[in-house]
Ligand binder design. Sequence first.
Ligand SMILES: [Zn+2]
Length: 143
Amino acid sequence: MAERNRKDVRRILVEKRDALETKLSIKTKAVIASGTDNEIKRVLGDSADQADQQNRDCVEDSLARLNSETLKRFNEAIRRFDEGIYGICLDCGHNISIKRLAALPFAARCRDCEEKKENSDSQTKKRHQDTPSFMIFGEEREY
Ligand SMILES: [Zn+2]
């Protein structure tokens, strides 16, 4: 990938991630980020009058839920980018096609490996039912 393209890709990833994050959690995010009662009231309106620790916890819970799979995938993609392995299939190590990345910017596998994985997933679904979904990216360190 040319250097200019690489920068564009990262910017696009971050923009998409941020847009998604904003869309998913505009209210809860503002509450947590600001942390001030006035800001909470401004964002949530009258319903925040009773904002207490319990409500705050609820907000964080819903934020966690709202940080959906897709958002996680974007964050993973950005991390892979920073590690210099973005666009490289996690399984076979080949480049993921530009076309695929254009359609699925957070793709972690080439189409062949993704299909193979989906097939083996459906075969072993019962056995791995309790495997956390982020494990699909393998090599996790931070979770
Ligand atoms: Zn592959």
